[in-house]
Structures are given as structure tokens and as C-alpha cells.
Design a protein around this ligand. Sequence first.
Ligand SMILES: [Zn+2]
Length: 181
Amino acid sequence: MDKYKKNNILKQQGREGRYMAIRNLRYQGDDILKKKSREVPEEEIASEKIQSLIDDMIETMHRYNGVGLAAVQVGVLKRIVVIDLYDDHGPIVLINPVVIKTKGEQEVDEGCLSFPNEFAKVIRPAEVVAEYTDRDGKRMRVKAKELLAQVISHELDHLEGELFIDKIIPGTLEYIEPEKG
Ligand SMILES: [Zn+2]
């Protein structure tokens, strides 16, 4: 991505005209990734601090072409996850998410923004039903399958300090070098 494009992205506005910022990612080997995140009190969701964090998480996920990001990955131990499958729905924000039910299994290729260039096969549930609070403070329920079920499962693991690298199918880890230039 060239600098011109990058500058344009940095000028994008979030909710209520706030400027969004790209936050530093935490990477493999950083102890914070193994820590459990704390619930966000419902009365804090509308605060500038939490809303800005959400905007920045979405911006950071987009910058690194991720489909999901947990707050712990930008160094904040709060139970907040953002997901974007780059479809018509747009970004989904899950605060204090809880898995209600899972069904079946799928074997999937997976990576993680905290493990750049590492990919492996992992078993995830084929379907996930989860409840969460959205950024407007409404309690919501999502019934997910395929990629969305995979991403929800991966991101909710982050909130428990669990990493995909610890549950890969042995022998499937691959290192893919980024393209130069
Ligand atoms: Zn991850």
C-alpha cells in the first residue's frame, strides 16, 4: 500500500466525526496475549474512551487486512472484538460476547494478526450461536456458520488468553513470506 493511500485511510472518520488511529499490534511472545480480558461495564460502552477504542480497532483491523481483532491484540484487556468479513454487513462489534451454543466441526486454514505470516489448519465449530452487546449498548444474538463461526471462535478465544497456535493440527504450520515491495 502506498503512502498516499495510507494517509487517506488515516483521515477516515469514525462515529461522531472522531479521527481514527491505527494502534500498535501485540505480537507472538507478548505475555499480554495469554491474559484473560475483563468485561466492559455496560454503562461505560457509550464513553468516548470505549467508542474511540472500537473505531481504532476497526481501523487497525482494516489496515492489516484482518477479518477479526480482539482488544487484547492492541494491548487492552477488555472483552471487545471487531469482525469484518468485507461483505455487505460491514464491521460487527461484539462487547462482552458469550457463546450460547456450538454445533459440528469445520477444518479451516487460519492465521492471526498477532502471528504475521504464520498459517495452519485448526478445527473450529461449524456453527456458533453467541450473544453480545453492540456499540450502542443493545444486547444482540448472532447465529453464525462457516467463516463467521470460525472468526467468532478465534476472537473469543483471545478474550480467554487462548491462541490458535496452541490448537493447530500438528504438521500443518506454514510460514508464508510477505511479498516484497
Ligand atoms: Zn488472532
